[in-house]
Design a protein around this ligand. Structure first.
Ligand code: ARG
Length: 587
């Protein structure tokens, strides 16, 4: 379906043309004075310069041509030359009736090409903490948004599962349990099926090893040797690595599941090790990289750069590959496997420069063609109320599991304060609401901005919060349930007709759905969806307070209200589904 604004702009453009002016002047925008009008057109102001007449003269002539328009109910030319517009109730209600019949409420899908969203990015053997929240939450929403838009969207977790961190863990484990068969060079039997460490031990091994290696150069040396041994394919080390991967991944899955975050691909840095030599050959053969101080690098500087742009190092002087190398190889691998149109990476914005280097290196060396967009979304930090990175009450790093359980508890208390419910049910609802609180609290901000994780604010049932959106959705559902229990066939009700101003306002709000999705997709901005549903919830609540819905006696009016309620519910539920949460039946 054409966008609503486009349709009314067309009507305005025709009027400009009929009045003898350039069509292009007739662009309509949403009013910035909602107290005066719904939409406005400022074309007469621009036209005045072009035609050397007073803007009001143009505005008057255009308004004249719109007399009897079926699109506008009122067109007012006001000084110095604005056109203040109200659309006709039947025009918007017809549009809404059409939206309700369309599969995606009038949003038209893009061409079905593949988009890879690279998000999550946890490092194996390190516990997931609050720093991993945004990548998971924003990435999941971006992926779902792309797939709603019509792309084949693939989420890849891209674990850090190969570097020094693995060597550190192995080294520490060897110190503690030297008798494990993995460390016995002569062992040629089957390695144990069970992992040699629990997840709790694993979580403690890495930080211990990491601080030891900072203090003790000999220890660090051992860890680097272990890393190399693993990478060179030592049988015991590979088996140990595999075993650590298994428990670590299954633990991560549990945490991501609790956030309703799911990946199509569980790949990592280790998966491209086999293709790195081919890539190196290719880069060398085509002179894309050169030696600089013993390291192989790709120059990525451009004349237009205003900041320093160091070269992208592909192989270190000691011959080792690094983070860059795996990312370049991963690009090569993905390009080969999928008909890509775009790759979107989500990490902390501190990796902005890094991704700029990698993207430039990939383009320059033609590992990827110009037909594929490479986008890095660098997000800001999750802060506490003190403005510093979010911590536990004791000042430690906040584990993701802990954060989820704290907010579940808080939401549970809030539910129990306002309603009497069985404990089990309240706990179940609390989990659903808490997830909305976390995700909406994050996604309603622009990704690049830092935000304050304010548990009290996020879990509030009022204001610009996830729970408020859910509360409104539940309100709509419960009206529909009630009417249905009273014997009204809600399935048949379709929106149509417009009887009240609050109803019209809600319809105008919903009419912006397809345009909103389109800009959310192009700008990769889930925050646009949040803004849209917040406004929708507010507009709906005004309608709910001003108009009697369930008790309306006029059959036509009632049907139009119920139809509109269903559409509002469906649109909000679609939006929150994209954001990655859902509404409970009651709360
Ligand atoms: N593991 C990385 C980190 O902790 C994030 C990975 C992001 N994805 C990528 N393709 N580099 O910083």
């Amino acid at each position: 379906m054409k966008e609503f604004l486009e349709l009314i702009s067309e009507e305005m453009q025709n009027a400009f043309e009929k009045a003898g002016y350039d069509k292009e002047l007739g662009r309509v925008t949403v009013s910035n004075r909602p107290d005066l009008c719904e939409y406005q057109c400022n074309g007469a102001m621009a036209g005045a310069k072009k035609y050397k007449v007073a803007p009001i003269e143009i505005a008057n002539k255009v308004a004249e041509k719109l007399k009897g328009s079926s699109v506008f109910d009122s067109v007012e030319a006001v000084m110095p030359g604005f056109l203040n517009l109200k659309v006709s109730p039947s025009f918007v209600s017809d549009y809404i009736a059409d939206m309700a019949k369309e599969p995606k409420f009038g949003y038209e899908e893009v061409e079905k090409k593949t988009v890879i969203v690279d998000y999550g990015g946890p490092n194996v053997a390190k516990a997931l903490h609050v720093g991993h929240l945004r990548s998971a939450v924003i990435g999941e929403a971006v992926k779902r948004l792309c797939s709603y838009a019509g792309y084949e969207a693939i989420g890849d977790i891209h674990m850090g599962d190969w570097g020094l961190q693995m060597g550190l863990v192995i080294t520490e484990l060897k110190e503690r349990k030297p008798d494990l068969p993995y460390f016995d060079e002569n062992f040629d039997g089957e390695y144990p099926a069970e992992a040699p460490v629990t997840i709790a031990e694993l979580g403690e091994l890495y930080p211990t090893a990491s601080s030891k290696s900072k203090e003790d150069p000999a220890y660090k040396e051992k860890a680097m040797e272990a890393t190399l041994k693993l990478q060179n394919g030592d049988r015991g080390y590979r088996a140990l690595w595999k075993s650590i991967m298994e428990i670590s991944v299954s633990n991560m899955k549990g945490i991501y599941d609790s956030l309703d975050v799911h990946f199509e691909l569980w790949k990592g840095e280790s998966d491209v090790q086999d293709i790195i030599p081919d890539m190196i050959d290719y880069l060398k053969k085509n002179d894309y990289m050169h030696l600089s101080e013993g390291a192989w690098v790709i120059d990525v500087k451009k004349d237009s750069d205003t900041k320093e742009m160091p070269p992208c190092i592909v192989i270190k002087s000691d011959g080792a590959s690094l983070y860059n190398t795996t990312d370049l190889a991963t690009i090569m691998d993905r390009v080969k496997k999928y008909p890509l149109t775009r790759m979107i990476y989500l990490t902390d914005k501190r990796q902005d420069l890094y991704f700029e280097q990698v993207f430039r290196a990939a383009r320059k060396s033609k590992l990827i063609g110009d037909d594929v967009d490479l986008v890095h979304i660098g997000f800001g930090t999750v802060n506490g109320k003190d403005g510093h990175a979010f911590k536990t009450r004791e000042g430690g790093v906040m584990r993701l599991e802990q954060l989820v359980s704290d907010i579940n508890e808080k939401t549970y208390e809030r539910i129990m304060e306002s309603k009497q419910m069985e404990e089990d049910e309240a706990r179940r609802i609390a989990r659903t609401v808490a997830l909305a609180a976390i995700k909406y609290g994050d996604l309603s901000n622009q990704p690049a901005k830092d935000y304050i994780f304010d548990m009290d604010k996020f879990t509030s049932f009022e204001g610009d919060t996830g729970p408020y959106i859910l509360y409104t959705t539940v309100r709509i559902k419960s009206i529909l349930n009630r009417v249905s229990e009273e014997g009204y066939d809600i399935e048949k009700a379709a929106p149509g007709g417009c009887y009240e101003s609050a109803q019209k306002a809600l319809m105008l709000q919903l009419s912006g759905f397809n345009a909103m999705i389109k800009s959310a997709v192009t700008e990769i901005a889930p925050n646009r969806i949040c803004a849209f549903i917040y406004e929708t919830a507010n507009t709906f609540n005004r309608f709910y307070h001003e108009v009697k819905i369930a008790t309306e006696e006029d059959a036509a009016k009632k049907e139009s209200y119920i139809g509109l309620l269903k559409l509002t519910r469906d649109i909000i539920e679609t939006c929150i589904g994209i954001l990655g949460f859902e509404a409970p039946e009651k709360m």
